[in-house]
Design a protein around this ligand. Structure first.
Ligand code: KG4
Ligand code: ZN
Length: 334
């Protein structure tokens, strides 16, 4: 009671999502409309189609989220929306919708960073304690972010080429799995007792950056070689080798960063947090080292508007509002 009600909108990629969040903590409604079936036939997200699909459903989703929350539009305190990063045309649809509502109700607009959203999804299930370290892994992102204080983000490492999910999807495609293939590779890897060893990209000794394109190319080279020789490919062993290489680098760098920066907590977020191997190894290694680990439920790991509402709450309490001339920013820095 008394806490603000924020309507949040997320349209940065291929999910149209609208949520109502109370006090940055309580999810009153969180609806997600996925376009994945539409994009699957193209083997990936087609930006033009994504924008058009967002336009088709955004007002319906806003109405439905308000209805499900059981509130009146007049009860809203602010409107939050993902400003970036993401597909510019897709972002634009959410931003125009958010501006219109904020203007009509004469309430503040809060532009929100997509990655801040992924990180603050953790605040919806528990309390983030500071300093905290976030490992953000998705189809578009692979980042290590240090949170020294609430709402302050320091990117200490990021991928120099492919995002983890992207590498998974490309490997999956070479193994003839449908888009998005990450979960298929994960399942295959966990079934295999054999491992086809693959290289790890550690980069410079002190670097927290990642690189996955070399590993992806190594997988593709193995597939091509074996096919050319007409031999039988052990796809499960290859999937397991790929998965182990990815997990080893992610977990090792994340734990090193926790120690170096004295983080009191490790936060895992983004769609690749669904990866069974990653969760298991991270859980085991964190337990060994006595590091508290937070992983939101899957529905809050994949793109959703509740996380945007959770991140927007930090700006609400500081009174950091966004002008109505705010623009979509596909490269918005954290
Ligand atoms: O966060 P998300 O829903 O969308 C964004 O990219 O923002 O993440 C989707 C990505 C896809 O690349 C998908 O293949 C990957 O997450 N993914 C997985 C698993 N589940 C989803 N990758 C590996 N293992 C999984 N179990
Ligand atoms: Zn995302």
């Amino acid at each position: 009671p008394g806490a603000e009600l924020i309507l949040a909108i997320e349209t940065s990629c291929d999910e149209t999502s609208v949520a109502v969040i109370r006090g940055g903590k309580e999810i009153i409604s969180n609806l997600v409309s996925s376009q994945i079936e539409t994009h699957r036939q193209f083997g990936g997200v087609v930006p033009e189609i994504a924008s058009r699909k967002h336009v088709e459903v955004i007002t319906l989703m806003m109405e439905a989220a308000v209805k499900e929350a059981g509130i009146k539009l007049q009860d809203l305190s602010a409107v939050a929306v993902t400003q970036g990063p993401g597909l510019v045309g897709a972002l634009l649809v959410g931003i125009v919708a958010a501006k219109s509502l904020a203007m009509a109700l004469d309430i503040p607009l809060i532009g929100t960073h997509h990655i801040a959203g992924h990180i603050y999804a953790n605040n919806l299930i528990s309390d983030i304690v500071y300093p905290s370290l976030a490992l953000v892994v998705s189809g578009g992102h692979t980042e290590l972010v240090l949170l020294e204080r609430e709402g302050e983000f320091r990117m200490i490492g990021r991928t120099r080429d492919d995002a983890v999910g992207e590498a998974y999807d490309k490997v999956a495609r070479a193994l003839n799995f449908p888009y998005p293939g990450g979960p298929h590779v994960d399942r295959l890897a966990q079934q295999s007792a054999e491992v086809r060893e693959l290289p790890r990209a550690w980069l410079e000794a002190d670097s927290y950056d990642f690189s996955f394109s070399g590993l992806k190319s190594a997988v593709l080279a193995v597939i091509n070689q074996i096919r050319m020789k007409g031999e039988e490919l052990n796809t499960a062993a290859l999937a397991r080798g790929f998965q182990e290489s990815v997990i080893d680098v992610l977990v090792t760098k994340a734990l090193r960063a926790v120690k170096e920066f004295g983080a009191r907590q490790l936060l895992l977020c983004g769609g690749v947090a669904a990866n069974g191997g990653l969760r298991a190894v991270l859980q085991a290694r964190c337990e060994e080292s006595g590091i508290p680990l937070l992983i939101p439920p899957l529905s809050l790991c994949t793109d959703n508007a509740a996380m945007i509402g959770a991140a927007a709450h930090l700006k609400w309490i500081r009174g950091e509002f966004t002008n109505l001339d705010m623009k979509a920013d596909p490269g918005l820095p954290l």
